[in-house]
Design a protein around this ligand. Sequence first.
Ligand code: SF4
Length: 316
Amino acid sequence: MNKPPLTLYLAAPRGFCAGVDRAIKIVEMAIEKWGAPVYVRHEIVHNKFVVDSLRDLGAVFVEELDECPDDRPVIFSAHGVPKAVPAAAAKREMIYVDATCPLVSKVHIEAQRHADNGLQMIMIGHAGHPETVGTMGQLPDGEVLLVETVEDVATVQVRDPEQLAFVTQTTLSVDDTIDIVAALNARFPKIVGPHKEDICYATTNRQESVKAIAPKCDAILVVGAPNSSNSKRLVEVGARAGCAYSQLVQRATDIDWRALDGIKTMGITAGASAPEVLINEVIDAFRDKYDVTVELVETAKENVEFKVPRVLREPA
Ligand code: SF4
């Protein structure tokens, strides 16, 4: 049977970032060092395939620290945790390893530094996302004000408009955040913030690469999880950059083939917590149905690598 031709634009960079890579290594090395089970507070990264693979090695995923026994090691996820969490683990004399991405830790340090300088903090982020909860939890309850939209900026109640600073979640939409930061600067001209925002290199690069492929594509699939903030942003960026059909899929079985009927060009990318094996699975599914020509569209090169904590580099 003759398969219809399909040009598949493969975005690069895509998939795993340095923070995700490090967090997964931390769990693997902890199991190697201390044996199973090793407890992990929250999904180490937002990807079911990754979580299931680590569970097979002996990781036990829980949502809260009080679900962990005192005598087993616990790892905190890449998204970061409120200060109260490591404090509670230390009080219980547990072994704990913090897999918070260093770029999230950098935001935690910024928030603390501004508070030490007497500034009230505003966080631009998504309510309830573990990274937002972790960053807001660096300061006492109620000290950090959350804004999610430009509209929120108009109504946020601050102590003193002259004594303010802001930080952002690392996985936001770059374009939306520019607008929110502009609204903050317009309402509070003295507000102190990072040079641009705290959005990380991986989020920025993945959004740029989707923008590059979107105008050429009849459809875009983003491989990623529904609870992955950066993956959901990629879907939005793809749609806004001119692709009529931009969808999230966790794996090849999620592809809605009927919706793709008649396409000639396809874009594929993946969120920072999606492994390459799932991207290849999706590409293979297209090869089964189409005569595929893959074109790599590379908009940046990445060579970022983060070291695992020293405790895992030392012998047991
Ligand atoms: S997306 Fe960015 S902040 Fe999040 S783990 Fe990856 S590098 Fe770190």
